[in-house]
Design a protein around this ligand. Structure first.
Ligand code: PA5
Length: 507
């Protein structure tokens, strides 16, 4: 009622302006009104979180657990908060499983004070001087998904089709599959362009990127000569070990180091992610500043810590049989956030017969495909919606005097208002259908907020895996397919396994 009156009042004061109202039922959440006259006035409700007597304003990433109220009793949530705080203690004291892989925790603060960004910019400038217009970024898993996610989120979605493509080179990815057609079609493109390559592999021995790199390296050497090709190749790899490190040293490539204490899926804020993002023309300092805000917020030993809130609630729900978590985005730019998040949580938690299965969808698109199952299928689902409070662009729906489509009730509304109401309506429908909803919101999609989101999900992942009782930083299960593939491809040293597999396949 109070909110409605305030909204009306603002509408009277600024009658030509748009009133946007997105209110979420929320646990421990109050709303504050922010009215600020602009060329086009926006009235927004910005959430401030109330925990006990403490009012927290300004966290980049906000967690809203209101959509879980009817599924988890407050006392049960509080018990999981205690578990999350204990897990946070272990993470901060660095005494838990995998504690030699915690270098990611202080990457924002450390990197902002280092020369890394300037070194990435030096590569960008050197290649700009050669008029490079295509960079092939080779890598898989954690050596690919963070950069891909950032570029998808930050780039114009029709950049390739626009006449004005800007000055930054186009970034394409390779080495994340073993498809021959993909490689042939990639080479069709590379041959038309002035190309360079960033090859990323921490271990330096992963088959998919190694195969792609062998093909791209040969093309660059055949086309530009060995010396010039060496100037067009940058390697991001381990400090000392691995075939890629040896190759880079021998060929004289510029190299960036992935520190031993940062695992692949936690490496987006190392040169693994930062170099491709700089090459594409984006502001990684802003990304690191956003991550830094969350480095501070997610280190706090309190219920107000958003990583604690998220980790606690998803584990509370898992304990009640919600075995599948769907990451939901309402903006297609965040499709690859889902891919990055799935790797982070799937590889970190899916072990020892445990773990929430991470899935992802794009709404409203997938409401017309997966919506039926989510509303009505097996009740083992929970949803985490990545909610974006403000659109970076603005477009309203016009009036049509004929109104043949019957849509004049939308006249004057922003497209994003329809999206926001779809989000709210879906939330209520899914809760009614037995799907609890967590929400993780950011103010808008930009470098700053994306950096914050990366760090938030990483910290929450470490906490969540420790609550579950698994080592978040290893991935023993990934080796199984590799051993079989090597044996079947005739790699030296795999003869016995090859014979066993062939006998099995002949049965
Ligand atoms: O998270 C991980 O550690 C993995 O997903 C790796 O990033 C992926 O397997 C690629 O490994 P590498 O960078 O050693 O080629």
């Amino acid at each position: 009622m109070v909110l409605m009156l305030l909204t009306r009042l603002c509408g009277l004061l600024y009658p030509t302006n748009i009133v946007k109202f997105i209110a979420y039922c929320s646990k421990n959440v109050t709303f504050a009104l922010l009215c600020r006259p602009k060329s086009e006035l926006e009235i927004r409700f910005r959430r401030t979180e109330k925990v006990g007597n403490e009012l927290i304003i300004g966290n980049m990433v906000k967690v809203n657990l209101g959509g879980c109220n009817s599924f988890i009793k407050d006392a049960d949530y509080k018990a999981y908060v205690e578990k999350a705080l204990s897990a946070l203690d272990v993470l901060e004291a660095e005494t838990g499983a995998g504690n030699d892989f915690l270098g990611w925790k202080h990457l924002p603060s450390e990197t902002l004070n280092s020369s890394l960004v300037a070194e990435c910019e030096a590569v960008r400038d050197a290649w700009a001087a050669k008029n490079v217009d295509l960079v092939v970024v080779i890598g898989i898993g954690g050596s690919y998904l963070g950069a891909k996610c950032a570029l998808e989120a930050l780039s114009h979605q029709f950049a390739k089709q626009l006449k004005n493509k800007g000055n930054a080179p186009e970034i394409v990815f390779a080495g994340h599959n073993l498809s021959e057609e993909y490689m042939c079609e990639l080479m069709d493109l590379v041959q038309e362009r002035n190309a360079a390559c960033v090859v990323i592999s921490k271990s330096g021995t992963t088959t998919e990127p190694a195969v792609a790199f062998r093909l791209v390296k040969k093309y660059l050497e055949d086309t530009y000569g060995k010396a010039e090709a060496a100037e067009r190749i940058v390697a991001v790899t381990d400090k000392a070990r691995g075939a890629l490190k040896g190759l880079a040293t021998q060929e004289g490539y510029r190299t960036f180091v992935i520190e031993d204490n940062v695992g692949g899926r936690f490496s987006v804020l190392t040169p693994v992610g930062l170099l491709p993002i700089v090459l594409a023309g984006f502001d990684v300092n802003a990304m690191l500043r956003g991550a830094l805000e969350m480095e501070e917020a997610c280190a706090k030993r309190c219920e107000c810590n958003p990583a604690v809130q998220y980790a606690a609630m998803r584990n509370a729900l898992y304990g009640q049989g919600k075995k599948i978590e769907i990451l939901v985005a309402y903006n297609p730019k965040l499709t690859f956030l889902g891919e990055w998040w799935k790797q982070l949580y799937g590889e970190s938690e899916g072990k020892d017969g445990l773990g929430i299965f991470p899935a992802s969808v794009n709404f409203t698109t997938d409401l017309h495909s997966m919506g039926q199952y989510i509303q009505d299928g097996e009740r083992t689902l929970m949803e985490t919606v990545v909610s974006v409070e403000n659109s970076n662009r603005s477009m309203t729906i016009g009036n049509d005097p004929q109104n043949l489509d019957g849509l004049n009730f939308l006249t004057g509304k922003h497209v994003e208002e329809c999206n926001a109401m779809a989000e709210l309506g879906t939330k209520l429908a899914h809760i009614d259908g037995g799907v609890p909803q967590l929400s993780v919101s950011i103010e808008r999609i930009d470098e700053y907020n994306l950096g914050a989101l990366f760090y938030f999900f990483e910290k929450a992942c470490g906490i969540s895996a420790y609550i579950l009782g698994v080592n978040p930083f290893n991935q023993p299960g990934v080796e199984a397919y590799k051993k079989n593939m090597f044996a079947l491809l005739g790699k030296p040293g795999y003869e016995e396994q090859a014979a066993a597999l062939k006998a099995r396949l002949a049965e």
